[in-house]
Design a protein around this ligand. Structure first.
Ligand code: GDP
Ligand code: ZN
Length: 300
């Protein structure tokens, strides 16, 4: 097939293997592709146009318009695209030993700033005792009050998973969480044919074994996709400055316009509406204290 005559095929990036991409065409056939040399880096979830250069291989020519892009900081201050066209970021936390609310806030800040809806999943609820149940309820109340959606599950006892499945159906989601929170257990429960999907991808990539460092899109039996990316377990605060940090807190962002100074950082400034609301109890004191803590981290 000569380069000029090869027709453009539409497809979707379903795995990023570092040097090459796996693209699925509309018929579900997978090809291993490089990208055109001057093309920006495609991300898993991208819809693309590509040309076939061999029976099972090709070259990506164009990235079609994205409705969202999750990227993460890379070396030398640049950012690397991780997943495109995400509908939601599923933040997984374990209720035991305790919910890491500071980490939760960091995830939520990234979601706010990247404009992708978060879904909070509290796993291991089978381990809750009376005291930790009360603590968890108090935390849930704060976040639901901010319009965040929270689902309780136990991957071990398989409770709450139906609820989670419903929330993932027809959507493109990425699961994030610290190691140990139960991300693999949940992924396995949601994807009964995970081993088969992985095998298909390994064959297509020609690598024999699908590498665990690859970002990969898996299909949910109910429709919808889960993108698994080992790189995004912790977002960190790179690329976040003091102004964007404040914007990452919904309630602070909402009240900031009532502060006397338009550049108010809600720390020591006079006539600060945010601090007033914290005093009145309309803004959660704990959330505000975490805001201050993260601000300190930024300036180190
Ligand atoms: P990952 O590192 O986030 O992928 O976490 P894993 O799925 O590997 O789980 C870490 C540990 O937590 C394992 O020992 C799991 O058996 C355990 N685990 C996962 N989900 C639950 C749960 O819902 N309840 C309890 N009690 N343990 C869980
Ligand atoms: Zn203020």
């Amino acid at each position: 097939m000569s380069k000029e005559s090869a027709p453009l095929i539409t497809g979707r990036v379903i795995a990023h293997l570092g040097q090459s991409l796996l693209i699925e065409d509309d018929q579900g056939k997978i090809a291993r592709c490089k990208k055109r040399s001057r093309l920006e880096q495609p991300a898993v979830g991208d819809n693309v146009e590509w040309i076939r250069t061999e029976d099972d291989a090709g070259r990506v020519e164009k990235i079609l318009e994205r409705r969202s892009l999750l990227s993460r900081p890379a070396k030398n201050g640049s950012v690397r695209p991780v997943a495109a066209n995400l509908d939601q970021i599923v933040v997984i936390l374990a209720v035991k030993p305790s919910i890491d609310a500071l980490l939760l806030d960091q995830y939520l800040i990234v979601c706010e700033l990247q404009g992708i809806a978060p879904l909070i999943v509290l796993n291991k609820v089978d381990l809750l005792d009376e005291a930790s149940r009360l603590e968890t309820d108090a935390l849930i109340k704060i976040y639901r009050g901010l319009d965040y959606e929270i689902i309780e599950v136990s991957a071990l006892e398989k409770t709450g998973l139906e609820n989670l499945r419903q929330r993932l159906q027809g959507e493109i989601s990425i699961l994030v969480g610290q190691s140990g929170v139960g991300k693999s257990s949940i992924t396995n429960a949601l994807l009964p044919d995970l081993a088969l999907q992985t095998k298909v991808l390994s064959t297509a990539s020609g690598l024999g074994k699908h590498t665990t460092t690859a970002t990969t899109l898996y299909k949910l039996p109910e429709g919808g996709d889960i993108i698994d990316s080992p790189g995004v377990n912790i977002f960190g605060l790179a690329n976040i400055n003091e102004q964007t940090l404040a914007y990452g807190y919904r309630e602070i962002k909402a009240w900031a316009e009532h502060c006397k100074f338009s550049n108010c950082l809600h720390i020591k400034e006079p006539k600060c509406a945010v601090k007033d609301k914290v005093e009145e109890g309309a803004i959660s004191k704990q959330r505000y204290l975490r805001y201050l803590k993260l601000r300190d981290k930024l300036s180190c």
